[in-house]
Design a protein around this ligand. Structure first.
Ligand SMILES: [Zn+2]
Length: 195
């Protein structure tokens, strides 16, 4: 999908609301510099929320490969950008995923695609972590999956609620990762060579 050309219904209405918002914020929405801003914001917001219209489970179901490999598969440092549902301000960082296949694997880029879909919605970090985990669990049906998300929240940092550069870490896991030893193996690999 080309995010620059495919916009959803309601774009004009969205833009007209943003025009009102500019005025309500004390701006003059008719001044030259802001003339095209409502439409730009409307388009940006449609792109940032496109995940509502994409099916993450389908992405993985369409890319399952039978494979006997049954050691831990790790995809780390997947960059993501999302918006918190409380302030509609960005939170962003990295997602790390590990799973232990049970007959099926998927393309590594597909895991990144799943992260992209769930992050392009209004989110809380905890739910995004859970949704990524459940999507992988339901489609690949692995022996276990673990997801770790590290993020900076602009709503905390810009408002001064939290120290700058504070990082929030969340994790969720299933199956084999219920064993502390398996989680440790993943965490050690995360902290290892590439960091
Ligand atoms: Zn927030």
């Amino acid at each position: 999908m080309n995010p620059e050309t495919e916009f959803r219904e309601g774009l004009d209405e969205l833009a007209s609301h943003y025009k009102s918002i500019l005025d309500l914020l004390g701006e003059d929405s008719s001044r030259e510099g802001l003339e095209k801003t409502p439409m730009r914001v409307a388009k940006a917001m449609q792109i940032l929320t496109r995940g509502y219209y994409q099916d993450a489970n389908k992405v993985l179901l369409d890319a399952l490969f039978e494979e006997k490999y049954n050691q831990m598969v790790i995809v780390k440092d997947i960059d993501f950008f999302s918006m918190c549902e409380h302030h509609m301000l960005p939170f962003y960082g990295k997602v790390h995923v590990a799973y232990i296949p049970n007959g099926y694997i998927t393309g590594l880029s597909k895991i990144a695609r799943v992260v992209d879909i769930f992050s392009h919605r209004l989110q809380v970090q905890e739910r995004m972590t859970l949704q990524i985990k459940e999507c992988i669990q339901q489609t690949l049906k692995p022996l276990g999956v673990m997801v770790v998300v590290e993020a900076k929240h602009m709503c905390m940092q810009m408002r001064g609620v939290e120290k700058r550069n504070a990082i929030t870490t969340t994790s969720d896991f299933s199956g084999a990762f219920n064993q502390a030893k398996t989680r440790e193996e993943f965490m050690n690999l995360l902290r290892g060579e590439c960091r």
